[in-house]
Each structure stands twice: as structure tokens, then as C-alpha cells.
Design a protein around this ligand. Structure first.
Ligand code: SF4
Length: 452
């Protein structure tokens, strides 16, 4: 009888990619992959530790698995394991602990444990992530939705923003070999994916750790210009693969946007003109306490650069409101700077304390009701900007990658996304899901979507 394995993913796109890669390894090893709410012989939870809430959810999913089948092997994997292995060792729901640099061994670790099941004690593979120097290759993941596939190209982060645990659980920057990236992109094209989204923990650092043959670098890491060269090489490589029509870049830092880099990517037709430039605050004093590596003036310059080389690019971002010490004046500064950039979409987060970070220990924590008011104001601004950006695409020719049909208040519709990542709607049957077409937008909807 085939053994049944169920996987649950928590957290970011990188985690989702890794969960797909682990599922693929288990399937290749003969497991039947079943939904997490079904009874299985093995349950795997790829955990997250970005907030205290994420920790709680990770524990909940592990306990739920054991409740589902007390005979099953429950495997805790990833970021929460990397940070809280001691606590998990005492948790009777968990049989195996796998850290962030041992996911490739998931099949072997489980079968070893199963072979010795009787009296087997809890097994763990949780290495010191800070010491990891090479990228852990997980093989192909087929991590995609409809025609868009996510591909992990890098792990780790060297930034140490004051509110973030990620560098402590994901380790230093480690870049995936461009050969592996191109091989997976080719595989995705063969599977019919037309768009590849490059993702990682900090893709702006891709190449930072790569040392060219014979290069005897003084410091362990390259400078930004050199780093950009490696990322450009990967982007050009993927763009050159037959069948790949679009290359979309995941979350980026302003520092990567040098004039050379922006000009170079603007000359690659497959590059999607949607750039998620993580900002976090529009106030320099707050950015300083966040230990972010740029200030608002530089940020505005990078946005202007993207608008110089791309026609009406969609600039999107993340903003944290209620960061410790954020006064009304600081928030007002952040708000008016955000207003001035005219983002196509802003993801608004209320600051959430993460024990163990410098920010969690900061004195002036902002009350929840204040955070609520501030996020409400930014969400209102975002709603206006989304509609404004949708309107700026009216009567323009835009290319749409059609994805799926679904029911809507207006009946059955076909949905797709433009290169700017605008959601485009058309009557069902207008085009084939998976096909690309150039269309003219007729209507912008209040929710930021557009209709042919
Ligand atoms: S850049 Fe900052 S927020 Fe992003 S993963 Fe690195 S430390 Fe965390």
C-alpha cells in the first residue's frame, strides 16, 4: 500500500516553493500526496516564524496533524524549527525536526525514522544556519498557479532589519547556481508555464556570495554592481528560453536599482514592468530605527528611474504602520511620502512584535487602536491609487495572460493578469485560459481590476 503524505505550508512564497519541492521528492519516492485534512502516514508542516502569531500557527498545525492520526509521523520543518528547536523537542506531537538547510533530506530522514519506528526517539536535522555557506538545492518544484510559476533563486539575508527574525533563521545570503535555475526554467517552459516569478528571501542580494573563478575578493561579498551582473545574467538566461514569455521579479530593495541595472532590464522584452520595491516606511527617522539601508530621497530617485525607463510601470510596495516610536508626525511624513510616490498598490501591515528582535525590545510600542487608524488611512489611500492606476491603463493596448474562468456577480468571467499585474476580466469563453492576447481596456473598476 502506498504511504500517504500530507504537507502544509505557512508563510512566504519561498516556503511555498520549498513545500512543493518536498512534495515532489516524496511523490518521486512513491508516496501518495494527500490533502492535509485527510488521514496520512506522514504530516509535514513547513513552518514560519516571522511573527509571534506565525509561531502559534505553526504549533497549531503540528498538533492538528497528530490529532488527525496519532500513529502518523509528524515532521516540523523550517523557520520556526530553526528558532525554537528546544521547545519542539519537548512537544509530544512532533516526531522529526528538520531545519532550513536540510529539507533536501526529507525523504531519507522520514524513512530512517519509519524503519526504526518502534522505540525510535525523536530525530532532528537542525544545523547552525548561520554557518551555512552553500545554497541547498531542492531540485525542481513545479511551484506554480495556472500559467505562472514561482522559482526560488536565493536563500538567506544579510540586512538584519531591526524587526525581522529572518536572517537568524535563514542564515547568510546563498545564491542558487545559475545552471540549476535555467534548468528548472526550461522544465517549467516544457510544462507550459509562460511566466516565471523570481523569488527568494532577498533576491536583491542574488550573486553577493558568488566569487568568479580566479577572483580573490578581499571581502566575502560582492558590491551591488557586481551582484547585479549575476542577477542580470540569470534574467537574460530565463528570458531566452523558448516558451517563457514573461519574467517577473519578486520583492526588491531600492539599492539594486542602479541606472545600469534599470536600463539593462528595460531592454529585456520579457521583463514585466511591475516592481515591488519594499519601502516599509516613508519617514527617514522610522527607517533609521528599522535599520533599513536607504532613506526616502534615494527611494524616490529609484522610483523616478523606473519611470524613466519603463512606460507607466506598476510600482508596488509594503509599509509597516505603528513601528515602535512612530509618532503622529512621523506617520504624517510617511503618509505624505507614500502619497507622493503614487504606488499602483500598497500592502499595509500593522507592526507585529516578534520576540527576539531589536524592535520588540524598543520602549515606545504603539497602541493597537492607533495602528488600526493609521493602517485604515493608508488602506484608503491604496484603494484610491489602485483605481487610479487601473484608470491610467484605459484605452491602452495591454498584454494579458489568461488564467481561469470563475463565477462573478456579472456571471461567468475569464480572469487574467497584465504584465503590470493588473487583474483583467472578460466574458467567459473570450479567450483560452493559458493564452496570451493584446487587448484594449474599456473599464476600470473601483477594486482596481479592469474589464475589456
Ligand atoms: S531585508 Fe530585512 S525584512 Fe527583509 S528578510 Fe532581510 S532582514 Fe528581513
Amino acid at each position: 500500500m502506498k504511504k500517504r503524505a500530507a504537507l502544509h505550508n505557512l508563510g512566504c512564497k519561498v516556503n511555498a516553493y520549498e513545500t512543493e519541492a518536498m512534495a515532489r521528492k516524496l511523490a518521486d519516492a512513491g508516496y501518495e500526496i494527500v490533502p492535509f485534512d485527510e488521514t496520512a502516514d506522514v504530516y509535514i508542516v513547513n513552518t514560519c516564524t516571522v511573527t509571534n502569531m506565525a509561531d502559534r500557527k505553526s504549533r497549531q498545525m503540528l498538533h492538528r496533524a497528530k490529532e488527525k492520526n496519532s500513529e502518523a509521523v509528524v515532521v516540523a520543518v523550517g523557520c520556526y524549527v530553526q528558532d525554537a528547536a528546544d521547545a519542539l523537542r519537548e512537544d509530544h506531537s512532533v516526531d522529526l525536526l528538520i531545519g532550513n538547510d536540510n529539507k533536501a533530506a526529507v525523504v531519507e530522514v522520514i524513512s530512517e525514522f519509519m524503519d526504526e519506528k518502534e522505540g525510535a526517539k525523536k530525530t532532528e536535522m537542525v544545523g547552525s544556519i548561520a554557518a551555512s555557506r552553500s545554497y541547498e538545492e531542492l531540485g525542481m518544484a513545479d511551484a506554480g498557479e495556472h500559467t505562472r510559476a514561482f522559482m526560488k533563486i536565493q536563500d538567506g539575508c544579510n540586512q538584519f532589519c531591526s524587526y525581522c527574525m529572518i536572517p537568524y533563521v535563514r542564515g547568510r545570503v546563498r545564491s542558487r547556481a545559475s545552471r540549476e535555475i535555467l534548468e528548472e526554467a526550461k522544465h517549467l517552459a516544457d510544462l507550459g508555464y509562460r511566466e516565471v516569478v523570481l523569488t527568494g528571501i532577498h533576491i536583491s542580494s542574488y550573486g553577493l556570495d558568488i566569487e568568479a573563478p580566479g577572483e580573490n575578493r578581499q571581502t566575502p561579498f560582492a558590491d551591488q554592481a557586481e551582484t547585479n551582473t549575476y542577477l542580470l545574467e540569470v534574467i537574460r538566461g530565463i528570458a531566452g528560453i523558448e516558451g517563457i514569455e514573461r519574467v517577473r521579479l519578486g520583492s526588491l530593495e531600492p539599492g539594486i536599482m542602479t541606472e545600469e541595472f534599470v536600463r539593462a532590464i528595460s531592454e529585456i522584452p520579457e521583463i514585466c514592468p511591475q516592481f515591488h520595491l519594499s519601502m516599509q516606511s516613508g519617514c527617514d527617522a522610522t527607517l533609521e530605527r528599522m535599520k533599513r539601508k536607504y532613506r526616502t530621497r534615494e527611494y524616490a530617485e529609484k522610483c523616478a528611474l523606473l519611470r524613466k525607463y519603463f512606460d507607466n510601470p506598476a510600482l508596488t510596495t509594503d509599509i509597516i504602520v505603528g513601528f515602535p516610536g512612530e509618532t503622529d508626525e512621523e506617520f504624517a511624513e510617511s503618509y505624505s511620502f507614500t502619497e507622493s510616490i503614487r504606488f499602483a498598490h500598497t500592502h499595509v501591515f500593522k507592526y507585529s512584535k516578534r520576540t527576539g528582535t531589536a524592535a520588540a525590545a524598543m520602549k515606545e510600542q504603539v497602541p493597537e487602536n492607533i495602528k488600526k487608524v493609521r493602517s485604515g488611512r493608508l488602506l484608503e489611500l491604496d484603494r484610491k491609487r489602485q483605481e487610479e492606476y487601473a484608470k491610467s491603463c484605459l484605452d491602452r493596448e495591454i498584454e494579458v495572460l489568461w488564467e481561469e474562468e470563475k463565477e462573478s456577480p456579472d456571471g461567468r468571467i475569464l480572469v487574467g493578469h497584465s504584465r503590470e499585474y493588473l487583474e483583467v476580466q472578460a466574458p467567459a469563453g473570450s479567450f483560452e485560459p493559458g493564452s496570451l492576447s493584446v487587448c484594449r481596456i474599456r473599464r476600470a473598476n473601483p477594486d482596481g481590476t479592469v474589464t475589456l
